[in-house]
Design a protein around this ligand. Structure first.
Ligand code: ZN
Length: 369
């Protein structure tokens, strides 16, 4: 056989990439399938585990999920100290797989010692391994000062606290404001999960409380807080309460380079937008692939049956996986009309479910088993 000279080798090398492009199998491997769900490592960065039962975190291993359990200063939940105690118990039992975001109480806002107490509480949380801090919509919606005025997140009394969080390189997760639907009558809300939530929580349905701060007031206060703390790593929970239009989220992400968003309880809004404009939602996920984290807002506590809670979690997680990975036509009980799956490339899915969590919440990486 005639020996190959340099020119032959060069020709072979030049032709090789062409062979790759024509190979269907290679092209298919750019995307995940439903079958890949169990093997791909994932984080749910917005879940509420308020129990010491090992059942839920143990079961997560099957679905390849690691958790960030988020503590909340909400009236229908156990006190924040108790939430922290449960979180620490689980974090010790499931190192690396169970992580928690601490929070702080504003119930004693009008006491002089509030700031010092909160700083001490947070210091203790960080020393114990909390990887993030959550602030909730009570700031802006229910908390009032001595004069009866609503306290918003850009209130100067929060500055010291937020500086302390930023200095410790801890991520602040903000559920501030509500979906825009909250300011509409129930029959005008775009998705069923919002209709159901506000029907059962009239105290938070702002359409019924026109004297309370407006949607714009909430968003503007959050933005002013971000203006004051440019070094803070901030994750806008629930798509930053800008769920109604991905272009609105994009504007904030462009303006605030240290801001990311997570999807908890708002995937129906993405699906709603995908009904009429699939490409717009797809393009948003491609352009901002480094800035979006997966969160669900699922819950497990001692009041609900563990088996049922996990089954619900599995079904929800799997439904979302199909929306992000497949190109099938899908429906969801919360959404009117059908929509196509986003069919995101593997590398984007890996960022959404895993890499961005470790990037935006530094402690998650440090906590790896
Ligand atoms: Zn939540």
């Amino acid at each position: 056989m005639k020996k190959l000279n340099h020119l032959h080798w060069l020709l072979i090398l030049l032709l090789l990439p062409g062979c790759h492009n024509n190979n269907n199998q290679q092209a298919e491997q750019k995307f995940y399938t439903s079958g890949d769900y169990y093997s791909v490592p994932k984080y749910d960065v917005h879940i509420h585990i308020f129990t010491k039962s090992p059942y839920f975190p143990e079961s997560c291993k099957k679905d390849n999920y690691r958790l960030l359990s988020v503590n909340v200063n909400a009236p229908d939940l156990p006190p924040v100290k108790e939430q922290q105690e449960m979180a620490l118990y689980q974090a010790k039992k499931f190192p690396g797989e169970f992580n928690y975001a601490t929070t702080f109480s504003v119930d004693d806002w009008n006491d002089l010692g509030w700031e010092t107490r909160v700083l001490n509480y947070l210091k203790n949380s960080f020393d114990s391994g909390a990887v993030a801090v959550k602030v909730w919509k009570n700031i802006g919606m229910t908390l009032r000062d001595k004069d009866g005025k609503f306290v918003m997140i850009d209130n100067p009394r929060f500055d010291k606290i937020i500086d302390f969080i930023a200095k410790n390189k801890i991520t602040l997760i903000g559920h501030l404001g509500e979906p825009k639907n909250c300011w509409l009558p129930v029959d005008q809300m775009t998705v069923k999960n919002d209709r159901e939530y506000f029907k059962s929580h009239p105290e938070y349905h702002m359409f019924l409380h026109p004297e309370f701060p407006s949607y714009e007031d909430q968003i503007n206060a959050r933005d002013r807080m971000l203006d004051k703390h440019p070094d803070l790593t901030f994750i806008g929970a629930h798509l930053g309460s800008l769920e109604w239009d991905v272009d609105e989220i994009a504007k904030r992400l462009d303006k605030y380079p240290n801001m990311a968003v997570e999807t908890a309880a708002r995937i129906s809004h993405l699906q709603h937008q995908a009904v009429s404009n699939h490409n717009k939602v797809y393009d948003f996920f491609i352009k901002y692939q480094d800035r979006i984290l997966y969160g669900s807002d699922l819950e497990a506590d001692d009041k609900t049956d563990s088996l049922k809670a996990f089954q619900t979690a599995h079904d929800t997680w799997f439904g979302h996986w199909k929306f992000f990975t497949s190109d099938s036509t899908l429906t969801d009980p919360d959404v009117t009309g059908s929509f196509k799956g986003l069919h995101l490339p593997k590398e984007v899915v890996d960022k959404l479910y895993f890499k961005n969590a470790q990037k935006w919440i530094r402690g998650l990486k440090a906590n790896q088993p």
